[in-house]
Design a protein around this ligand. Structure first.
Ligand code: SAM
Length: 284
């Protein structure tokens, strides 16, 4: 017979031994997920025994083994939360990050000021669909297009739209503007791949071993997608339209330069929670 607090201690030690930061919080989360209990139950009922039922014990063992192999917790859980939306994630799709929630909040603030009833929005490199979904939900009369080169990502994104009852998005599999050649947009938003190719090998194992490389690799200088998206926007941005990007660490100045060279002069940088210049808004 094992008690939850003992098991919690054991899992915490094992996670810590393989170098997982915040091992205690992760151990709590794994136990809650495997046993389908909430965090309070872990501590309020420290005499609850872990069921010896084969299914829940082996579920917990398999989850611990996956996490010890450094699979991201969100892939093990099969879902994550993004601005109140529950999104399915798994192998082949990038896990949405908290910074990207901030990008959506910034864009939302700008759109609200515009007071345009039917906005045409394009989310390039949509991945799980997080940005497109959050904007489409916030602005139900908008017409949103979301593009990704990965069929797996688009399958996740479309399923996420369905489970969240969001119907004003069209999903396209293809490269950047390829599938939306004939459209113009009031908002073009993107969190593109922006890690320098050489730096991918230096990332945490959760990212470099499990997240899709095509979601990370921004080319030698990390700028490949910013160049393509910014130069490709000519003729696709409507009068008064804006572009908004999430930026890789240290890329702010270089992306500003790309935008200036493309003829844009109204450029605003905004910082993330750790005061890194993380977002560029063009034409705000
Ligand atoms: C950094 S992830 C962003 C995913 C999502 N927007 C987010 O914020 O979590 C970049 C995405 O770009 C996609 N991608 C890579 N090359 C692309 C291309 N040429 N055209 C469209 N999407 C591409 C990848 O498949 C991946 O889903």
């Amino acid at each position: 017979m094992r008690y939850l607090v003992d098991k919690l201690r054991e899992i915490t030690t094992r996670l810590r031994n393989v170098g997982i930061r915040d091992a205690e919080r992760e151990a709590e989360a794994l136990l809650c997920l495997a046993l389908n209990i909430n965090k309070a139950a872990l501590y309020c009922h420290d005499l609850i025994e872990i069921s010896n039922e084969a299914s829940s014990a082996s579920k917990l063992d398999s989850m611990i083994a996956r996490r010890l192999a450094r699979q991201p917790f969100q892939y093990i859980a099969g879902e994550t939360e993004f601005l109140g939306l529950s999104l399915a994630v798994g192998t082949g799709v990038l896990i949405p990050r908290p910074e990207t929630e901030l990008l959506v909040e910034i864009v939302t603030g700008i759109i609200k000021v515009k007071h345009k009833p039917t906005l045409n929005v394009l989310d390039l490199c949509t991945g799980s669909g997080c940005i497109a979904l959050a904007l489409a939900k916030q602005f139900p009369t908008s017409v949103v297009h979301a593009v990704d080169i990965s069929e797996i990502a688009i399958r996740y994104a479309a399923a996420n739209a369905a489970t969240n009852n969001i119907n004003n998005i069209t999903f396209h599999t293809g490269s950047l503007y390829g599938p939306v050649q004939t459209h113009t947009f009031d908002v073009i938003v993107s969190n593109p791949p922006y890690i320098k190719t050489f730096d991918i090998a230096l990332l945490e194992p959760e990212i470099r071993l499990y997240e899709p490389v095509e979601a990370l690799d921004g080319g030698q200088d990390g700028l490949h997608f910013y160049k393509k998206i910014i130069t490709g926007a000519a003729g696709r941005l409507s009068e008064g339209g804006i572009m908004a990007f999430e930026l890789g660490d240290t890329l702010a100045a270089a992306v500003m330069e790309i935008a200036s060279e493309a003829g844009y002069s109204k450029l605003t940088l905004k910082s993330d929670y750790s005061s890194t210049e993380r977002f560029l808004i063009i034409n705000e």
